[in-house]
Design a protein around this ligand. Structure first.
Ligand code: URA
Length: 239
């Protein structure tokens, strides 16, 4: 793995800050200052330090991925969200925290932290998931009211969702706290419209980074990881 990627891998430094720290001679590998960000290192065998302090590789990995359409939220072979991580990002045990449909884009947390994912996905945590949608035909007043007051989807009743629509009612945002299969598409369908495009723009305290193009990912920052940990602790509160 490249030295700059390694240094940026636990969220303490952005990739640019990592390169900068390396060029300034703040990073040593096996005791020798290394000034080339592209230097290959082996995190298992090389001793890496920053400003003389051993660099601690975070035990768990947390990535924000901007999922493109056409990829499945699975760890199996094929066009999976894990395949988007490439060689540098991939680690054993990584999985998507929750699922987005194959044609849904946007924020997907990828981690190897099973206990945290379990807490975040628990219905008791009420972690908010916010989506941008484009739909047709246009939503009606009745449809918007239905989504806002809870929709009976047959197998379960979706809780009241926050919905904001554009003036022409052909797009908007909807925020749900559950994560049932095709939930947003089914809610809009029951409300008399069809989702034509869906993108998750927020997952609890995490907002999709506008600098991530579809298919790109980055490690979460320390603040983002702490915010997720707090979200996981707060049972029963809407986050
Ligand atoms: N709701 C859906 O209908 N699809 C998704 O991918 C996520 C939420």
């Amino acid at each position: 793995m490249r030295l700059d990627k390694f240094i940026a891998s636990n969220g303490a430094f952005s990739r640019r800050e990592a390169s900068d720290a390396i060029r300034r001679g703040r990073v040593a590998v096996n005791g020798e200052p290394i000034r080339k960000p592209e230097t290959p290192v082996d995190p298992d065998t090389d001793r890496i330090s920053v400003d003389g302090e051993p660099f601690v590789f975070s035990r768990n990995v947390y990535y924000m991925l901007n999922k493109p359409s056409g990829y499945i939220s699975s760890t199996e072979k094929g066009n999976t969200v894990i395949s988007l991580l490439g060689e540098d990002g991939r680690r054993p045990g990584l999985f998507p925290c929750g699922r987005l449909d194959i044609d849904t884009e946007g924020l997907l947390l990828i981690t190897d932290d099973g206990p945290l994912a379990h807490l975040l996905l628990s219905p008791r945590r009420h972690v908010e998931k916010e989506y941008f949608f484009i739909c047709s035909p246009a939503l009606t007043d009745g449809g918007i009211e239905m989504i806002g007051s809870g929709v009976d989807l047959g197998d379960f009743i979706a809780k009241p969702a926050k919905i904001a629509s554009s003036r022409d009612r052909l797009s908007g945002t909807v925020t749900v706290t559950e994560g049932k299969f095709h939930q947003v598409k089914r809610m809009l369908s029951r409300a008399g419209s069809e989702v034509r495009y869906l993108k998750r723009i927020r997952f609890g305290p995490l907002t999709l980074d506008p600098d991530l193009a579809p298919g790109e990912f980055r490690p979460l920052t320390k603040d983002e990881i702490s915010a997720l940990m707090s979200a996981a602790e707060k049972e029963g509160k809407t986050l």
